[in-house]
Design a binder for this molecule. Structure first.
Ligand code: LLP
Length: 416
């Protein structure tokens, strides 16, 4: 459920007509709904009730500091994968003590900064990384809290590019090696084992892979007990899918209930989740203007003022994202269009073969664009990125300005 609905054939974001927002801020524009974000976060947080838990919002899905600040005000934790994301969380008022740090390539600088600000946990992806963290912590006179990212080798049944829990993926340590790695970690003086984590993939629309992964981690936890290693938390990563069209992913409540049921024997084990998409995707739309209608021999094109530069998911994963009219009261003939952008690449499309009632100058929106939209955008073809607007009831706040052209080369310089 989100807060983008039609009233008298006009698309509204919460209490404001999208047309009015665009009149103020122009296109292309990402529009987010604060109420939707909060609702989705609460769906996860409330689902665990009294059981110790922490929802660590996956910053990579949307890292605008206003959005992170909305999360921070809810008391959210954060899952980060770089120092840049850490600095964003801190700039947004997030608490370092609620940050978990994932990612396969943590540099010494990143580790140092994370130790200095006192993050909750490093999610370790390899033995060399474990050694490096021990080493850096030793130099700083600190103890690094760590969790081992275990690759449970389960098939998430999702797109291969966003599936991460299989043997062949670069992430984590295999479930068969993990016990050894934990034993080794126990011998290191500057790390403290606090947890275990996994992340098997993104946009999962069924529970079973999550539950299979949990089973494998529980077996491992029991083995660790025999080695005298007791864990404080279990982090099952992100990955819960959303409805882009007709998918019916499980609700967070269902997911939490199934997890709690599996973990009945561990009432004190803190459960951490790292949801990104499930919180942000349907809390955002990308609004764009039709520049031209063009007809070829066998295709109609709606050429719009944004494309893979602002929203790369269709080009990169052939992701299907719904495209809707903003003003349905306009009298237009319906036709089937390829909705394409201004970028000089054949893969620059937002959707293919879509039935739309549009004409030149009309506004349309890509739905479910709040996750992996703005964060994956670029200025390719020297097009300034979409502005970002956060709607809060009947207020629309600009949360990212449009860059000027000079901003595009602000960090560049001529040679002498
Ligand atoms: N935790 C870790 C360690 C992750 O790698 C990810 C996503 C998440 C949490 C959050 O997953 P989510 O709840 O959002 O599914 N760009 C792709 C998605 C890449 C996901 C990468 N990792 C897309 O647009 O579909």
């Amino acid at each position: 459920m989100d807060h983008f609905n039609y009233r008298h054939q006009q698309l509204f974001a919460e209490e404001i007509a999208v047309t009015d927002i665009i009149q103020q801020f122009g296109t292309p524009a990402y529009i987010y709904s604060r109420a939707t974000l909060e609702r989705h976060w609460h769906a996860f947080n409330d689902a665990f009730g009294e059981h110790p838990h922490l929802i660590c919002f996956a910053v990579k899905s949307n890292s605008n500091i206003a959005l992170l600040n909305v999360m921070a005000r809810l008391g959210s934790g954060f899952d980060i994968v770089s120092q840049g994301e850490l600095e964003r969380v801190l700039a947004a008022g997030g608490e370092a003590s609620k940050v978990v740090f994932s990612g396969v390539a943590k540099s010494r600088q990143e580790i140092t900064r994370a130790l200095e600000v006192g993050i909750r946990c490093f999610n370790i992806e390899s033995i060399p990384e474990l050694k490096r963290i021990n080493d850096v912590a030793g130099q700083l006179g600190k103890i690094a809290p760590i969790s081992l990212r275990v690759n449970p080798d389960v098939d998430a049944h999702t797109h291969p590019y966003i599936s991460t829990g299989l043997k062949e993926n670069k992430f984590g340590v295999s479930v068969s090696e993990a016990r050894e790695v934990y034993r080794f970690a126990k011998t290191l003086p500057n790390v403290k084992i606090t947890g275990m984590d996994c992340h098997i993939g993104s946009q999962l629309t069924e529970l079973q892979p999550f539950l299979d992964a949990t089973d494998r981690l529980v077996v491992l936890m029991e083995q660790l007990k025999q080695d005298g290693i007791e864990l404080h938390h279990l982090d099952l990563g992100g990955g819960l899918g959303v409805t882009y069209t007709d998918e019916t992913p499980p609700h967070p409540t269902e997911y939490a209930a199934a997890l709690l049921n599996k973990l009945k024997a561990y009432p004190n084990l803190e459960i951490i989740l790292e949801p990104g998409r499930a919180i942000t995707a349907n809390a955002g739309i990308l609004v764009t203007k039709v520049e031209y209608i063009k007809q070829n021999e066998d295709r109609n094109f709606a050429i719009v003022d944004t494309g893979m530069n602002d929203m790369i998911r269709p080009a990169l994963y052939e992701a299907y994202m719904q495209i809707i009219e903003i003003d349905q009261s306009l009298v237009r003939e319906k036709a089937v269009y390829d909705v394409v952008g201004p970028i000089c690449e054949t893969s620059d499309f937002l959707g293919k073969q879509r039935e739309l009632a549009v004409a030149e100058g009309d506004l349309i929106a890509v739905r479910s664009a709040g996750a992996y939209g703005a964060t994956m955008s670029s200025t390719y073809n020297s097009r300034p990125q979409a502005v970002e607007v956060m709607v809060d009831g009947n207020q629309a706040h600009l949360i990212k300005q449009r860059a000027s052209f000079a901003d595009l080369w602000r960090l560049e310089q001529l040679i002498p």
